[in-house]
Structures are given as C-alpha cells and as structure tokens.
Design a protein around this ligand. Sequence first.
Ligand SMILES: Nc1ncnc2c1ncn2[C@@H]1O[C@H](COP(=O)(O)OP(=O)(O)OP(=O)(O)O)[C@@H](O)[C@H]1O
Ligand SMILES: [Mg+2]
Length: 350
Amino acid sequence: MASHAIEIRNLYKIFGPNGVDFIDRVKAGMSKSELNEKYGHVLGLQDINISMPAGGVMVVMGLSGSGKSTLIRHINRLIEPTAGEVLYDGVDVCRMNEADLRDFRRHKTAMVFQKFALLPHRTVIENTVYGLEIQGVPAAERQKRARHWIERVGLSGFENHYPNQLSGGMQQRVGLARALTNDADILLMDEAYSALDPLIRVDMQTVLLELQKELKKTVVFITHDLDEALRLGDKIAILRDGKVVQQGTGQEIVLNPADDYITAFVKEVNRGRVINVETIMTPLAGNPEGMPIAAGTVLEAAARAMTAANQTIAHVVDASNRPIGSIPLAAIIASMVTPAEHDQHAQAAA
Ligand SMILES: Nc1ncnc2c1ncn2[C@@H]1O[C@H](COP(=O)(O)OP(=O)(O)OP(=O)(O)O)[C@@H](O)[C@H]1O
Ligand SMILES: [Mg+2]
C-alpha cells in the first residue's frame, strides 16, 4: 500500500460566524489584525499551498498562533476550510461525504498527540488495539498487530502496564504504537514530542526515523524546534500569521532564509551539522583535486576529515564514486559560520 502525497491548495480558514464573507477582503490584502479588530474574525490560514511528499516527513513550523494546528486539523477535516482544497490521492477531503470521511479518518489517518491522550484505565495493549476495536477487527488479529507494533517501538514486556506506570517517553511510544497499529498511510503529529525531555525527545525522533525508513508513511509533523525539524523533515514549511513564509528542504531554508523572520528561526542552528557538502560545492572544473568526500557528508565531518588529512581542498563524490564537485576548506568554514543578519547573508549569497 503506497502512500500518497497530500496537496494543500489555496486553503483559507477564517474563524468566526461569517468567515466566508471576508474571503474576498482577505484575498485583497486585509491583515489578520484588521480582520480581528474591525470585524471580530480570526484569520487562521491564508492561501496555503503545500505539496506534502508521499512517503516522506513534512514538518510544519512557526511561532505560537501561526496556524500550525489549524493546518494539520484540515488534513483529517477536524476543521472545515473557509476556502480551498486538501487533496489526498487526488480526492478532496473537504468534499467527502460523511461515510467517505469516516472511512478516510479511520483507515488513512492516525494522530499522535502531545499529551499522549492514552486511556488511563486501559493497559498498553488495550490502548494500542483501540483503533482496531473501532474498526471491528477480530480480537486475535488485533492482539497480533498490536503486539507487533509494541515490540517495534521498544515496549515489549510492558503490554499489561497502565499509562501512569510509564515515563513520558514510554507513554509517547504507546501513542506511536497505537497510531501505527491502525496501519494508516498518514501520520499526523501535532507537537507530539514537545512535552518530552530533550534526550528522550531525540530518542523518539530516532524511533520515528528508523520506523519511517521501512514504513514510508506520509507524516505531517508539527514542531517549534528547528533541530527537530531539520532532523526529521524531508521538507519544511514555516508559517507566520497563517501564511507560508518559506518552504523547502532544511538545507535550502538554513542556507537561504527568505526574510528576517526565518533568519531568526535558523540563527541558532548548528550549520556544520546540517548542511551537506554537495549543497555548497562548486562544479568540477578540470580534474578532481584533493581527497574524496562522499555526497551527504555534513560540513563539520568534511572539515574534520580534511583537517586530519592536512588538505585544503577536496572533491565530492557520488554514490558510485564519481567526482561531482569541488570543495575548498575555506568555503566549508565560511558556510559553517552563522550570518549576522539577513541582508548581509543575501549579499554573501549573491
Ligand atoms: N476555534 C477557533 N476559533 C477562533 N480562533 C481560533 C480557533 N482556533 C484557532 N484560532 C486562532 O487561529 C490562529 C492559529 O491558531 P493555531 O492553534 O493553529 O496556532 P498554532 O500555530 O498551532 O499555535 P501553537 O504553537 O500555540 O499550538 C490563532 O490566532 C488562534 O487564536
Ligand atoms: Mg498548535
């Protein structure tokens, strides 16, 4: 069962009794604050266009109130749009009839919540089978599938524990096992890891990445944390006041932040551990010089290898060891340094 992309097209959400009445004014440029102050409606989302990669992790970032939860809740239509489309496998979720929508929610989507949302009076396995019970899957099959996923998230032996007997990280593993047991294509994770301690959080990222290598679900993952976004996201969209300010790969965003808002987001990131050599290499002119460095190597690792080998220039090689670009140590170091301001950076990149 292959996952499909999710296409969000021209999506608007205006909260309030007469949202639709304000669409034209919002399209004509009315700001979120004007709409709120003059008309008492809240602009949740405006003109969102995002292609979420099939079988990949789409990260949505943004400050509090920027519209992240509003966006993710449109994907399983917990929120009705004021205008626009949410396409999955070519079908507009916003136009599904009740039966199709119920089917879509049950079989195609699963959610993982920040507060885990486990049923306290149910054991780990009873929580995990919950979705299958609703689907009417026979008990033996439910148990088999649940045990499989409990094992995969590293909770074997805890099947009969209650949530309050588990740490936060373990409870979130149950949340993940429950979502995976549903066998849905789409995994919706709204700040799923935000309540966890930093080290546990990194563990949970690793669990997701390991599972995702083989599962290839279409994951929509909301976070405030740029390191988490960069680690997990095949693609990242950054929202501000309900609008997408920038979308692209983590590399693209870190290297070319679209404006000062994004610059502020990416300022603290460790660029040496994010940017790959092929992102900053120059095309080969003539024979490859210096030592070979594999494409996909991050700058910090490349700099370390070159320094150890006492080389000031290297060439990047692809998976079949073909030289594809040239990379001087000076360029690596320059790209590892965080630009002071957006303007300065834009000049440097020009
Ligand atoms: N049901 C609602 N009625 C009115 N306004 C709402 C409603 N839900 C959300 N909003 C408003 O829509 C905007 C986006 O909210 P949303 O919850 O999507 O932000 P968020 O990015 O998820 O924030 P956070 O990081 O705090 O979770 C905010 O201005 C919020 O106040
Ligand atoms: Mg939210």
